[in-house]
Design a protein around this ligand. Sequence first.
Ligand code: FAD
Length: 341
Amino acid sequence: MKRFELAVIGGGPAGMAAALEARKRGVSRIAILEREPELGGILQQCIHSGFGLTYFEEELTGPEYAERFIQLLRGSDIEVLTDTTILAIGTDRKLTAVNPVMGYFEILADSLILATGCREKTRDSIGIPGDRPAGVFTAGSAQRFMNREGGCIGRRAVILGSGDVGLIMARRLALEGCEVVAVAEARAVPTGLKRNVLQCLNDFGIPLLLSHTVTSIVGKERLEGVVLSQVDEHLQPIPDQSEFIECDALLLSVGLIPETDLAIQDGIPVHETQGGLLVDENLQCGAEGIFACGNAVRIFDLADSVSRQAERAGRSAAAYLAGRKSESAKEQAAAERSASI
Ligand SMILES: Cc1cc2nc3c(=O)[nH]c(=O)nc-3n(C[C@H](O)[C@H](O)[C@H](O)COP(=O)(O)OP(=O)(O)OC[C@H]3O[C@@H](n4cnc5c(N)ncnc54)[C@H](O)[C@@H]3O)c2cc1C
């Protein structure tokens, strides 16, 4: 069994900033546990610029932003275990983990920070009817496929949802020579940042169809097209206001969900409506010595805000550990006093 003062689950911007801050505050045995082969989290697939404007007062790409923290970690004594997936956590802060070198093993930590990020809503989450052909992607998986694996996802695409990931992918596809027929948004206003609507759609002449949604997916082997329908103020399709749009790729940018499965297994509470880990003002979860930060708590628009919040989690964990040490020093002194009487 490995033992640490602080174990941080997740090596994205939240986990990295939290670990570095805790180290700065005097925590000595820290580990970051990351299931991917490298640190950086989702930032490694965000090759566009727009990161770091408030945190570094510079415009960086996602990988450049991540690299700033990775360099600081390299210069520190924080242990980084990549390719390491945490399978379960206990409220007693015992973790079960697996990686290709050590196999299945346990970790005991005096304090934990959960920085597990989020996952994307899928076609099933929003219940789009129709066929189940190839060519339907979540926007983030398409981003990873294109930016990290060098794949081509299609030649004529429709994007459902005007969240930031969808807007950024509209521009990315256009830059790769794919025709983006439209970005459809069920609400009457776009949900992504205004700067992304301007820079990713308007600058590329990509139409934004507000109050529209996809009501059917058509295609046997490969996607052949989608039915786009206008919706009313209750987001219900308006009869006779639908049209078939030919396309071979559909990207879904329909929301992100905090990744809380590990915590739920052990009964650590989550927010009833937002689904993120429930935290107090010190970012402590409903279990002593377990803290959380980043998208696992709530979905953030900007990585810069994630880094700042994560630093608070690092400070809280350090304060908790300092409190524990002083308690146990007092107990030891009392025990020594009573032994000498
Ligand atoms: C597809 C997508 C695109 C985005 N694009 C932008 C953008 O362009 N600009 C911007 O500012 N923000 C963007 N964001 C927002 C971005 O998520 C946040 O800014 C930031 O990356 C969140 O940091 P995080 O550390 O909380 O999560 P993440 O970056 O997701 O990191 C979480 C890490 O935890 C690891 N992990 C999870 N579970 C386990 C486990 N059981 N064991 C071990 N490791 C685990 C994951 O592998 C991951 O590396 C995007 C988000 C998504 C999902």
